[in-house]
Ligand binder design. Sequence first.
Ligand code: PL4
Length: 410
Amino acid sequence: MVKRNPRLAALKAGYLFPEIARRRREFAAAHPEDPARPETRIISLGVGNTTEPILPHIDAGLTEGARKLGTVEGYSGYQDEGLLELREKISGVFYPIPGKPFGADEIFISDGAKCDIGRLQLLFGAETKVAVQDPSYPVYVDGSVLTGAAGSWTGEGYSGISYLPCTAENGYFPDLSLLPENSLFYFCSPNNPTGAAAARPQLEALVAAAREKGCVIVFDAAYAEYIRDPALPKTIFSVDGARECAIEVNSFSKPAGFTGVRLGWTVVPKELRYSGGESVNADWSRVMGTIFNGASNIAQEGALAALSGTGLEEIRRLCDFYLGNAELIRHALTKLGISCVGGDNSPYVWARFPGRDSWEVFAEILEKCRVVTTPGAGFGPSGRSFIRFSAFGHRADVEEACRRLLKLGE
Ligand code: PL4
C-alpha cells in the first residue's frame, strides 16, 4: 500500500472548528434540547460563519449570473484567472492607489481566502521559516505543518514556527524585533481572533521590518470591510514599499455573506521577488493555472453586483448589522466585569479570563449558558486564557445569548 504523508501525523489534533463542532454534538447528545423550553436550545457564537441572507442587489447579481448561463449569448465556461471586469473592479474599489493602480494580472480571483492561504504555501518550500501572530487563524500554522515548514510539535507550538505574541501588554501588535530574517509572516488585520485592527504607523513599521529583514508578509484582510475608524488602513498596500514585500488575500465571505457562495482574491504585485530575483507573481500564476480551474462564474457575477454603488451600500449594511451584534456582546461581557477587546472594527470580541484554561471556560459557558464559543488556545499559546465570541448570528439569538451570559456572574 501507499504510505501516508507523514506531515499529516504532525498535525497536533483535529482542526479547531470541527473539534468545537464535535464537543457541541457531544454536549447536545448528553443534554437534548427540549422544544418546550427554549432556554435549552444551543446558540452558537463560535465559528465565524455568516447567518444573514444575501442582500437583494447582490442576490440579483447571483441570480442573473445563473440565468445567463442558460442562454447562448450569456454562456461561459472556464474563466481560469477570473473575469477581467471583476479584477479591474477590485483594483479600482479596494486599491485606489493614485497613479499606481494594480493591473488585472496582479489580482487573482479564487474560491476564497482560506483556499488561497493553503495554495500560497506552495510558493515557499519546506525550508522557509514561518512566523505568525500569536494568536492567529489556525490555517496559517496547520497549512505550514502540511508543507513541512512547521517542524515538530513541542507541546506549546511547532519548532519551525515563530509565534509573535499579541497580548494586552503590547496592544495586540507584535514586537517586530522577534520577526526572523527571511521568513514568511502571516499577518491578519482586523485580526482574527483578537479583533485588533493595526494602525497606519504599525503597518508602516511592519513593512519597514519586512523589507529590512527580507521577509514576505501574507496580509489577510478578510475582515477589512468591518473597519469603521477612517484612520485605520484597510489594505497593506496603502503603505509605501508594501508591493516589494507583501501579498494580500481577501474575500467576499464576510462582507457580502459569500461564505457558502465562495469567492475571494489575492493580490500579488509584480514588484515582489524571491531572494534569487524571480517573480512571485509569475509563479503564483503558474501555481493557480496548475491546481485551480477558476472560481464560479455565478459567484463572480454576484461579486460584480457587490462592487456596484448599491452593492457597496449593502456590504456596509451587512457589516454594520454584525458590528451591532458585536456591540451587544461587548456590552454583556463588560457588565459582567469581563475585560474584552475587538468588536469595534471587527466581528470578533476577545475576552480575557485570567488564570483560566480556555477549553475549561468554553465548557463552562456551554454548560451554564448553552452558548458555543471558541477557546483562545485554538489560535495559539497566547490565547490560552481567552475566549473568542463571534458576532455572526441572528439578532434574536445574539440577544438571547447575551441574556444567558449573565449566568456566568451568578
Ligand atoms: C471556519 C482570517 C472563520 N470552516 O471564506 P474564506 O475562505 O474566504 O475566508 C476564510 C478566512 C480567511 N481568513 C481569516 C478567517 O478568519 C477566515 C474564516 N474564519 C473563523 O471562525 O475563524 C471561519 C472558520 C471555516 C474555516 O476553517 O475557515
